[in-house]
Design a protein. Structure first.
Length: 513
């Protein structure tokens, strides 16, 4: 029953969070946007006291159920481990806690968090790793499948589906996501919860609490026959059947050991007394045979590697994501190809309204990329700048930050983007527009334009004569920096290619107009 309850709850959490990253219609976050806010690290950064206290109490009462029920990266590893067990049952063995690696990684993580070393901090954060995998690998596949259905529906004059743009947000982030997925898949396939109990800093923090949990998995020594099935089915490698002990700092209360035990020797509950371990011979494995323990022969050189299915799955995700980036040539009336826009080199990166400042954004953001997945205007993307690597940044080649949209602030679980109302966003200055004279089509092509002024939602741009002494000279844009909010409508709609004649320069600290 414990295992079944755990699987049901984990499935609900995993499917909900995954669909939140995959969704592009703007509907899922109304239902499941609370799920990311249950993640421990994000709750700490957001100072969500209610969630923090709840998770601490859950761990002290039930053990490390967080890792097997709430954390999507842990659940994903369970899926890979389950696939590995389909290939070979009873594949795990007991191993001691790797303290020399586990605790230094935690210390390194804390130092990176305090010192603001965002890249290292984001690489080690478990929920962030899952978010990058979902955003960079799974969402392109999801969108490509949707576009196939949209093409089929269009053929039958149906609008049940509609096409969505599939684009490469950042190649470095894609590569890191792919490597993370492959490494986690191989580790979980072969050894179960190696990452959770050796590398993951959240798991290490929870391990200090789970040692003292009120409900634990424990042995009934009188019923135990030393068959070793519990150890061979423990994906955390924390059960030593020889001494009838469980390393509670690594146990994630998955319930697999209880189900695998044929004699009812394992129970999950409050243990009042500690049983005395039975004497055993060192270095021997045991199996039950007519009520006695006899040594089993050790098989040398038996190494289980990842199957071709794991490799093909990872390859398929990467290939599909790469192919999805191929864009059809955009033609102007079938006569000329329109070049894609090139992102300008901004001296100060743009951060979304609600982030307050670049400093606040960098201190709280875990790089989960949920805001990137949820952005309906294709404005947010992972930064490739070394100083802000993998942090979400804004750019306006594919859209602009609409003043009425505040979805990124509603889904951010870490407090990096604080909730902001649409009316407040329209008066928040995150940057200002800058006109580049040499790129303006009014002067280079001698044509009338005014796109930037016509589409500015706050009226911060007006067209003025290029020669102040000649009212009949070509009209060019003039930017009122005090009124501009940096939404990027001018940059996005500027017809100049490949470099826009007007772009937005970010502000270190946002201002309220």
């Amino acid at each position: 029953m414990l295992r079944k309850i755990r699987i049901v709850l984990a499935a609900v959490m995993f499917i909900g969070i995954t669909l939140l990253f995959l969704d592009f219609t703007g509907t899922m976050y109304h239902w499941v946007s609370w799920m990311p806010k249950l993640q421990l690290l994000e709750a700490v950064l957001a100072l969500n006291i209610v969630v923090i206290v709840t998770l601490v109490l859950l761990t002290l009462v039930f053990g490390r159920i967080y890792c097997s029920v709430i954390c999507p990266l842990g659940i994903m590893q369970d899926i890979f481990g389950w696939l590995g067990k389909k290939q070979k049952k009873n594949r795990y063995t007991y191993s001691k806690e790797v303290k020399w690696l586990r605790y230094p990684v935690l210390v390194l993580f804390i130092i990176a968090l305090v010192a603001g070393i965002g890249t290292l901090f984001q690489l080690l954060a478990p929920y962030s790793a899952f978010g990058r995998i979902a955003t960079n690998l799974l969402q392109p596949v999801w969108l490509a499948g949707n576009n196939v259905l949209a093409s089929i529906a269009e053929h039958y004059d149906s609008y049940a589906f509609y096409h969505s743009n599939v684009w490469l947000r950042a190649l470095p982030s894609l590569i890191i996501s792919a490597v993370t997925l492959i490494v986690l898949a191989i580790l979980a396939w072969r050894n179960g919860r190696t990452y959770c109990n050796t590398i993951c800093p959240v798991g290490t923090v929870l391990s200090f609490l789970s040692r003292f949990s009120w409900l634990k998995i424990h042995f009934d020594v009188e019923k135990c026959k030393n068959c070793s099935l519990c150890t061979k089915n423990c994906k955390a490698s924390c059960i030593d059947f020889k001494t009838h002990t469980v390393d509670y700092s690594r146990c994630v209360v998955c319930g697999d050991c209880i189900e695998s035990c044929k004699f009812g020797a394992l129970k999950w509950g409050h243990q009042q007394t500690h049983p005395q371990p039975l004497p055993v011979r060192e270095g021997s494995d045991y199996s039950q045979e007519q009520g006695h323990t006899t040594p089993l022969p050790h098989r040398e050189g038996q190494v289980v590697g990842p199957s071709r299915r794991s490799f093909l799955l990872s390859s398929a995700l990467l290939t599909t994501a790469a192919l999805a980036q191929k864009k059809d040539k955009i033609m102007d009336g079938g006569l000329a190809e329109i070049a894609d826009k090139v992102a300008p080199e901004r001296q100060t990166p743009l951060t979304p309204p609600g982030s307050k400042s670049m400093s606040n954004f960098a201190q709280h953001c875990t790089g989960c990329h949920l805001c990137i997945s949820e952005c309906p205007n294709n404005v947010l993307r992972p930064s490739s700048d070394l100083l802000h690597f993998m942090l979400p940044t804004m750019s306006y080649e594919l859209g602009y930050c609409r003043p009425e949209c505040n979805r990124c602030s509603e889904v951010c679980p870490a407090g990096a983007i604080l909730p902001i109302k649409a009316e407040d966003k329209a008066s928040t200055q995150m940057g200002h527009a800058v006109w580049i004279k040499k790129n303006c089509v009014v002067l280079t092509d001698e044509v009338e334009c005014g796109n930037c002024a016509r589409h500015c939602p706050v009226g911060a741009i007006e067209m003025v004569p290029s020669d102040p002494d000649n009212d009949e000279s070509p009209y060019v844009p003039a930017v009122n920096e005090a009124r501009c909010i940096g939404c990027g409508a001018c940059e996005y709609l500027c017809p100049a290619r490949p470099h826009s004649a007007i772009y937005v320069e970010g502000h270190e600290v946002h201002k309220e107009l």
